[in-house]
Design a protein around this ligand. Structure first.
Ligand code: DGT
Ligand code: CA
Ligand code: CA
Length: 568
């Protein structure tokens, strides 16, 4: 069934193209009609059935015909005809901020950009800033707006972008004096890389006032259901948020229940039943009396197991491990003291060496590997041997006085035949070399695996960058034979990277866990391209924890001098 919103969107699409055509009054009429329809409180289908279309403001005979066509067949012939003239995905583009029809048409004329895929490619190749009327700044803006569109486009949002936003909400609630306690639950607490909706749990003895306060904060754009125990709202970031207010006595049980995931919960509940107990969101009960509920850890303990950190609760063996006292002692967030993959403006980053170093120091890091791209990655302005020499001299100079240490690094292209992008001699100048597959990836999985393994076997790289090369919401990871890749890493002491850049989140946690069966260590990174990205390191730590890693498995827990001593 066509909704008012769908119809209004279609009418706006028609107006877009008509405007482009230079048609005089019609676009205006279509927009007025669109506005009327999007703000109607009645369903457009009902109005149509009652024969009242012409009574709507801005709807004349011809627009009424268009509406009728759309409601009946889902298509408007006028629009279909217009679209034949312009093979451009205006519908999607208009959802991206700043990309109105005129600008989209200019992009099409200059670069043949028809859809998001074309636009992305042009951005990657820095082609847009060269078009007349665009420039460096608007290219950057388009990049940003496209990115935020991509985040919202998938129905699941990326952890990296939701978590700061949610923390702001928590802060407001905690500062309100209405709540005794406010915590995150659900997939966000488990630090899953994508988030379906936000779950918040709170304690308050004034639940009505609490829910009123919550539903009025700026981030809330709509209310789905509102009650004193549970309220669901729409958030401006493009998802919904469930908030539940609970009693102190059952808060721990609720934290357990609403953190999930579901399969983990099912297993825990079965264990309760097998012990003659009952577990629900209010507590752990023997008959009618609660034997735990206030404290989450106590629930796990009373069920005969260790406390299970939220990041592990995916039903991948954590329950059995907890019963046998065999849970790993997970690497903690603050044990990660360096970032091993960042870019500066020397290749495709935005900030200078000094700016990156300063920002990393402010975040409390002890060292930072500058790993700019090597020459074959032209789209990223990769550096050749000579330019790396110059840059590395600058790094050495910086290290003489800098209070944070910089590592001379490179994100080195692994070429089509598995050879490396810089000469062996030249590779000696680096402290940390990350091999990466970026180009010529359409060669079949066996050849790709062989190619990567050749690089791993070369003894010239320290780590494999973002090993699957997935981009969440855009492309799936390479289907490499990871058994062979991991075996090669083990044999050559090559690290696997965990890249915390939200779109990448690569290596994915299930492969991290699999890699633990080999004697492989990991390097964590933010893959920063600007200072604001440095916070992504935390998401790499989250993946490490979700992959069961301990301090000894992660080399970012080592000091600068120990990193320098890594074999290569
Ligand atoms: P999401 O929102 O898709 O990223 O994933 P979650 O895990 O946050 O799922 P959500 O928001 O539907 O529910 C939060 C937690 O509450 C979930 O992980 C487990 C628990 N839960 C929700 N519904 C059920 C249910 O029907 N049965 C059980 N056992 N647990 C549930
Ligand atoms: Ca959720
Ligand atoms: Ca939820």
């Amino acid at each position: 069934m066509v909704s008012n919103k769908d119809l209004a969107e279609k009418l706006n699409n028609i107006a877009d193209i008509l405007e482009l055509e230079g048609v005089k009054w019609e676009p205006r009429a279509y927009r007025t009609a669109a506005l009327t329809i999007s703000s109607l409180s009645e369903d457009i289908n009902k109005i149509y059935k009652e024969g009242k279309l012409l009574s709507l403001e801005g709807v004349g005979k011809s627009i009424a015909n268009s509406i009728e066509e759309y409601l009946q067949n889902g298509k408007i012939s006028k629009y279909e005809k217009l679209k034949e003239k312009y093979p451009i995905d205006f519908e999607t583009f208009r959802k991206i901020r700043g990309l109105g029809p005129k600008r989209v048409y200019a992009l099409y004329k200059a670069l043949g950009i028809r859809d998001i895929k074309d636009l992305k490619e042009a951005l990657e190749n820095h082609k847009i800033s060269n078009i007349e009327g665009f420039g460096e700044k608007s290219e950057e803006e388009i990049r940003k707006n496209l990115q935020s569109f991509m985040t919202v486009k998938n129905d699941r949002l990326l952890l990296g972008y939701v978590i700061d936003y949610t923390n702001l909400i928590l802060k407001k609630l905690r500062n309100s004096n209405v709540f005794e306690r406010v915590e995150i639950a659900g997939s966000l607490r488990r630090r899953k890389e994508t988030i379906g909706d936000v779950d918040i749990l709170a304690i308050s003895d004034k639940p009505e006032i609490g829910m009123d306060f919550f539903s009025k904060i700026d981030e809330v754009t709509g209310i789905v259901v509102k009650g004193p125990k549970k309220t669901t709202v729409e958030l401006s970031i493009g998802t919904t948020c469930d908030i539940r207010i609970l009693s102190k006595e059952s808060f721990g049980a609720a934290m357990q229940y609403f953190t999930g995931n579901k399969d983990h919960n099912v297993k825990i509940r079965k264990i309760a039943i097998s012990k003659g107990l009952k577990l629900n969101e209010y507590g752990l009960f023997r008959g009618k009396s609660a034997i735990a509920g206030k404290d989450e850890e106590e629930i796990y303990n009373k069920l005969g197991m260790e406390f299970i950190p939220p990041e592990l609760r995916e039903n991948t063996g954590e329950v059995e491990a907890a019963q046998n006292n065999k849970l790993p002692k997970l690497v903690s967030y603050d044990e990660i003291i360096g970032d091993l993959h960042v870019h500066t403006k020397d290749s495709d980053g935005v900030n200078s060496l000094e700016e990156m170093a300063e920002a990393a120091k402010k975040r409390g890091l002890k060292y930072l590997a500058l790993t700019n791209h090597s020459k074959s990655l032209r789209v990223a302005h990769g550096l050749d041997d000579k330019r790396f020499l110059e840059l590395n001299k600058k790094i050495e100079k910086f290290n003489e006085k800098g209070s944070i240490k910089l590592l001379k690094g490179v994100e080195l292209e692994i070429l089509k035949d598995g050879s490396l992008d810089l000469k062996d001699d030249s590779l000696k100048q680096f402290d940390f070399v990350i091999g990466a597959l970026h180009q010529n990836l359409n060669m079949g999985n066996k050849d790709l695996t062989d190619r990567l393994i050749k690089a791993i076997n070369s003894g010239k790289i320290n780590a494999v960058a973002h090993p699957t090369d997935r981009i969440i919401g855009q492309r799936e990871g390479l289907k490499l034979d990871f058994n062979r890749v991991m075996e090669a890493c083990e044999n050559n002491d090559v690290l696997l990277e965990i890249d915390g850049y939200p779109e990448r989140s690569d290596l994915p946690f299930d492969l991290v866990k699999k890699a633990k069966d080999y004697k492989i260590k990991f390097s964590l990174s933010s893959d920063s391209h600007r200072i604001e990205h440095l916070r992504f390191l935390e998401f790499a730590s989250a993946i490490a924890r979700r992959g069961w890693l301990e301090k000894k498995d992660v080399i970012n827990t080592l000091g600068y001098n120990e990193i320098l001593r890594l074999k290569r």
